[in-house]
Design a protein around this ligand. Structure first.
Ligand SMILES: C[S@@+](CC[C@H](N)C(=O)[O-])C[C@H]1O[C@@H](n2cnc3c(N)ncnc32)[C@H](O)[C@@H]1O
Length: 263
């Protein structure tokens, strides 16, 4: 089962104990470990301006994983972030990493599906990175996100698309064998966002940026220290398969900024 690593918390403990030189409280120190999408912390930086945040805005991160993007936004902007994720072990790990980073007052996490998450107040903005590939009914899923946002709120997405029908090399970061993968062409993803009540502000193919990021990041081999694949079942194969599908054009990465319609 994808996202089935049961003891990810202990794996993080072991990795950080083995690397005492890594100060988890230092901003960005865990970027190679806790950003579960292509483009790492730099991709999150591309999304932040589109969120059009004001002081005091609370942001929703849907499918927050180990919490890297949520913590980065809190650090960069000073805003509070709430993450929601269906994988209990990942939420536990996200809370643990947030405590180590000293950010527990500004970044919180809930376990569950967005459909069953009922916040006290609508959020001022939301983001989701590399989650919808696991979701078959994307319109319903984005509609659930829209329902948790204030009218006019921004949504930023960083998403994997498959421009043409083609076999993918499994395992991938979001699916071990393809049975829980629902990757669609960019036009179809855009249509599902619009059908769910979002108006596009930007919809950009970032595949060239991603290829450059891969070249730069891995120019001298793997970066030193704790890294995300160490936490995942079959982690290195998943990352290599993904990089190869992005490099040969089988997959693309699209960045979007949207506004939630008023009614
Ligand atoms: C590839 S990871 C991305 C994590 C995070 N967004 C990041 O970029 O670091 C996908 C995450 O989506 C979560 N997920 C998958 N389906 C979900 C759903 N229907 N609702 C909420 N989370 C979901 C998984 O548990 C996993 O943590």
């Amino acid at each position: 089962m994808t996202y089935g690593e049961p003891d990810v918390d202990q794996a993080i403990d072991r990795l950080l104990s083995a690397h005492p030189e890594v100060d988890a409280a230092a901003g960005g120190a865990l970027d190679n470990l806790d950003q579960f999408h292509i483009g790492g912390a730099e991709a999150v930086d591309l999304l932040i301006p589109g969120l059009a945040l004001a002081e005091g805005d609370v942001i929703l991160d849907v499918g927050s994983g180990f919490g890297g993007p949520a913590r980065q936004i809190a650090r960069r902007t000073g805003n509070h972030v709430v993450g929601v994720d269906i994988t209990a072990a990942y939420v536990e790990a996200a809370r643990e990493l947030t405590a180590r980073a000293g950010l527990s007052d500004s970044v919180r996490f809930h376990t569950g599906d967005i459909a069953s998450f009922h916040p006290d107040a609508p959020f001022a903005a939301a983001l989701t990175l590399h989650v919808q590939m696991n979701v078959p009914d994307k319109t319903a899923w984005f509609r659930h996100i829209a329902e948790r946002l204030a009218p006019g709120a921004r949504l930023a997405v960083w998403e994997v698309c498959r421009p043409h029908p083609a076999d993918l090399p499994w395992p991938m970061p979001w699916s071990l064998d393809g049975t829980d993968s629902f990757v669609v062409p960019p036009e179809e993803l855009l249509a599902s966002l619009q059908d769910a009540g979002f108006t596009p502000v930007e919809w950009a193919n970032e595949s060239a940026w991603v290829k450059e990021w891969l070249d730069t990041t891995f120019a001298h081999g793997l970066p030193p220290g704790p890294a995300l694949p160490m936490l995942l079942d079959d982690g290195y194969t998943r990352v290599l398969n993904y990089a190869s599908a992005l490099t040969d054009g089988t997959l693309e990465v699209w960045r979007g900024t949207f506004t939630r319609k008023s009614a």
